[in-house]
Design a protein around this ligand. Structure first.
Ligand SMILES: [Zn+2]
Length: 298
C-alpha cells in the first residue's frame, strides 16, 4: 500500500486559499526570516505579512513570486488553483495594480494546469477602499479573475459597508470571516452573498449556521497550520475541523500563507490525517477542492 505521502502527492486536488504574498520567501538570512515569521497571534501575523510584502517592490517581483508558487503547487500534484492577490495592499503600496496583475497573470497563463486569481481588498480600509478593487475585478472577469475577496482584520469594518463593492465586482464573493471572531461575522458575509468563506471556523459554535452552509453548499476554506500559528485555535488537537466535517459543512483545505507558516498543501492533508481523517475522507476533501473551484463548479 502506498504511503500516505505518496497517496497525497498523486491525489488530484485544488488549492483555493493561498495568498501570493504569504507564499513568497524574501531573500534574507534564515535567522531573520525565523524572527520575522515567528507570529503567535493574529496581530503579529499581520505584521509578518506586512514585512513580507515590503519585499515585493515591483511588478516583476510579483511575477517571480507567482512563478515560484505555481511551480511549488505543480510539484505537489495540484491540478487547479485560485491564488489570492492582495490588490488592496498593491494599491496601498502605490503600485500600479494593472501592471502587477499583468505580471502575475502572465505566469498563470503559462502554467501547465488551470490557475486563476482572486483579488481581495483590506477590511480595515472600508467600503471606499474596496470599490476600486471590485471594479478592477469586474474589468478582468474574463481575463483570469474569478473572485473578489476581503482580507485583513475581520472585526474592523461592518460587513454591510461592502455591499456596493460586492455588487460592482460581479464575480463570486469569497471573503475571510469567522477566523478569529464569531459566527455572526460569517452570517454577515453570507447575507452579502458569499460563495465560499475563508476560514469560517467559528461556525462550529452555531448549529443553524452549519446547517445553512450545508444546505446552501457554501464551503469553508480551512487552513490548519494557519489557525494554530495565528492563535485562532489553541492547538491542532483543539481544531474544530472534525466537528464541522461531521456536521456536513462542505470543507476545502488550503495553506493560506505557506511560506510564513512553513506549510504546504500536502502538509495540510497530513495534519487532517493526524486529526483522524481516513484516506476516504482525505479523498473527499480533495474532491471538494476541485468541486468548489469557481471555474469547475457545476
Ligand atoms: Zn487567508
Amino acid at each position: 500500500m502506498a504511503t500516505v505521502l505518496d497517496f497525497l502527492k498523486t491525489l488530484p486536488k485544488a488549492e483555493l486559499h493561498v495568498h501570493l504574498e504569504g507564499s513568497f520567501t524574501p531573500d534574507v538570512p534564515d535567522a531573520e526570516l525565523a524572527a520575522k515569521w515567528d507570529c503567535c497571534d493574529f496581530s503579529s501575523f499581520l505584521e509578518s505579512f506586512k514585512w513580507t510584502v515590503s519585499f515585493l517592490k515591483k511588478p516583476e517581483d510579483y511575477g517571480r513570486a507567482a512563478k515560484q508558487l505555481i511551480s511549488s503547487l505543480r510539484r505537489q500534484g495540484v491540478t487547479y488553483a485560485e491564488i489570492t492577490l492582495s490588490a488592496g495592499v498593491v494599491r496601498w503600496k502605490k503600485l500600479d495594480l494593472e501592471e502587477v496583475y499583468a505580471a502575475v497573470n502572465h505566469e498563470s497563463r503559462r502554467a501547465t494546469f488551470p490557475v486563476y486569481w482572486i483579488v481581495d481588498c483590506i477590511r480595515q480600509h472600508g467600503g471606499g477602499g474596496a470599490m476600486p478593487v471590485a471594479k478592477f475585478a469586474a474589468r478582468h472577469a474574463n481575463n483570469g479573475i474569478v473572485g473578489f475577496g476581503i482580507g485583513g482584520d475581520e472585526t474592523s469594518t461592518p460587513a454591510e459597508e461592502f455591499r456596493g463593492a460586492v455588487a460592482a465586482a460581479g464575480v463570486p464573493f469569497v471573503p475571510h470571516a469567522g477566523e478569529v471572531s464569531n459566527a455572526e461575522n460569517i452570517w454577515e458575509m453570507v447575507r452579502l452573498g458569499a460563495r465560499r468563506i475563508g476560514h469560517g471556523i467559528r461556525a462550529v459554535h452555531d448549529p443553524a449556521l452549519c446547517a445553512y452552509l450545508k444546505e446552501h453548499d457554501i464551503p469553508l476554506e480551512i487552513s490548519l497550520t494557519s489557525n494554530v500559528r495565528t492563535g485562532a485555535v489553541p492547538s491542532l488537537q483543539a481544531h474544530p475541523l472534525r466537528q464541522l466535517f461531521d456536521a456536513g459543512v462542505p470543507i476545502v483545505l488550503g495553506t493560506d500563507d505557506p511560506a510564513i507558516f512553513g506549510t504546504t498543501l500536502i502538509d495540510e492533508y497530513l495534519l487532517a490525517a493526524e486529526l483522524g481523517f481516513s484516506r476516504a475522507e482525505l479523498e473527499q476533501l480533495a474532491e471538494n477542492s476541485l468541486r468548489y473551484g469557481f471555474q469547475r463548479a457545476k
